[in-house]
Design a protein around this ligand. Structure first.
Ligand code: HEM
Ligand SMILES: *[C@@H]1O[C@H](CO)[C@@H](O)[C@H](O)[C@H]1NC(C)=O
Ligand SMILES: *[C@@H]1O[C@H](CO)[C@@H](O)[C@H](O)[C@H]1NC(C)=O
Length: 332
């Protein structure tokens, strides 16, 4: 065998280093549990369906929980961890944006159903259960069915401080949205597709009150990028100084259905947040909005691709960085 010279050795060293620092998402795969817990997907789906039959809020609650989990410290169920006397956890950040309790409950119920099967007990991560549950609520709400990659471990860290700056805000413009999503390895196309999650669920009035009252500090002004008819309806549902617990549907037309009406609403200037409306108002993203408003198959395919990439963000597959939590809300 020929001796390797210095350059060749360097190349080998670099290649090995690259392999080691490759994103661990490379190790996620479909059917990860096929030997470990063969029926895990149907067990989770049954538990999520039961929860869905009790309350429709399961759908948006679970989907948003998945997004927030992935954007803060990766998809590692760190968002599920409860605070203790010594640690203020992610979910109790001031930026927690009122995550619905039903999302947490969905994962806890599905985990209990999985762990009730002896072979599966403590073998399936909370992060994977959340991923499967987020997939399942989409099809339960009339959206597409798809296969998810699995094999995530649950994270060992969850702090409220880590949430700062990691989540998009409703007043973001396209540049701000793009840079935050890019920081998570997601493209503008992914960002637009994922924003359509706002075809479901609720928003509290205070998240958009600045658009319907005294916009830009001018008394009585309404955000000109908002459909003025829709703005009046929003004022009716969200009077000034309304009880901060009041929330309204984000999709005014089909709030319980996962569909591409989100994009037609944007074309009619009925995006609830500035972040939503900017997708139709910025010439860089408008063509995508128009395409998906007209073609639900194209939208569904883009959404599935984007959810798959979202599910790879910051995942942990090395036991140095994660484990399988026995209780999703408590570190082992
Ligand atoms: C693009 C930037 C985004 C911004 C600025 C944003 C912001 C918000 C805000 C302010 C709310 C209302 C929360 C409340 O008042 O309780 C909300 C709700 C929601 N968001 Fe987003 N979000 C974004 C992207 C996403 C993504 C990528 C997903 C999931 C894939 C998502 C899923 C949801 C869902 C399902 C709700 C309804 C929650 C419920 O009814 O409990 N959002 N979002
Ligand atoms: C969100 O944060 C607020 C303020 O820190 C806290 O009072 C509230 O309980 C948190 N909500 C959830 C669901 O953790
Ligand atoms: C405002 O919304 C109405 C439907 O509520 C629609 O007919 C109208 O075209 C919209 N206006 C604009 C400027 O998009």
């Amino acid at each position: 065998m020929a001796k390797l010279n210095f350059d060749q050795l360097l190349l080998v060293a670099i290649s090995i280093t690259c392999l080691l620092i490759q994103p661990s998402s490379a190790q996620l795969r479909q059917n990860y549990y096929s030997k470990i817990c063969p029926n895990v997907e149907s067990i989770v789906r049954n538990a999520v369906t039961q929860k869905f039959q009790q309350t429709i809020v399961t759908v948006p609650g679970t989907l948003r929980l998945f997004f927030h989990d992935c954007f803060v410290n990766g998809c590692d169920a760190s968002v599920m961890v409860a605070s203790t006397a010594n640690n203020n956890a992610e979910k109790d950040s001031s930026d927690n944006l009122s995550l619905a309790g039903d999302g947490f409950d969905t994962v806890i119920k599905a985990k209990a159903a999985v762990d009730a099967v002896a072979q599966c007990r403590n073998k399936v991560s909370c992060a994977d259960i959340l991923t499967m549950a987020a997939r399942d609520v989409i099809s339960l709400a009339g959206g597409p069915s798809f296969v998810v990659e699995l094999g995530r471990l649950d994270g060992l860290v969850s702090t409220a401080a880590s949430v700062n700056g990691k989540l998009p805000q409703p007043n973001f413009n396209l540049n701000q949205l793009n840079s935050l999503f890019a920081a998570n390895g997601l493209s503008q196309t992914d960002m637009i597709a994922l924003s359509a999650a706002h075809t479901l669920g609720f928003s509290h009035c205070n998240r958009f009150a600045n658009r319907i009252y005294d916009f830009g500090g001018r008394k009585g002004a309404i955000d000109p990028s908002l459909n003025q008819t829709y703005a009046k309806q929003l004022q009716g549902m969200c009077p000034r100084n309304v009880d901060p617990n009041i929330a309204i549907n984000m999709d005014p037309i089909t709030p319980r259905t996962f569909d591409n009406l989100y994009f037609s609403n944007l074309q009619q200037r009925m995006g609830l947040f500035t972040s939503d409306q900017s997708l139709a108002d910025d010439s860089r993203s408008r063509p995508t909005v128009d395409t998906w408003a007209a073609n639900s198959n194209a939208f569904n395919n883009a959404f599935i691709a984007a959810m798959t990439r979202l599910g790879r963000v910051g995942v942990k597959t090395s036991t140095a960085l994660g484990n399988i939590r026995r209780d999703c809300s408590v570190f082992n």
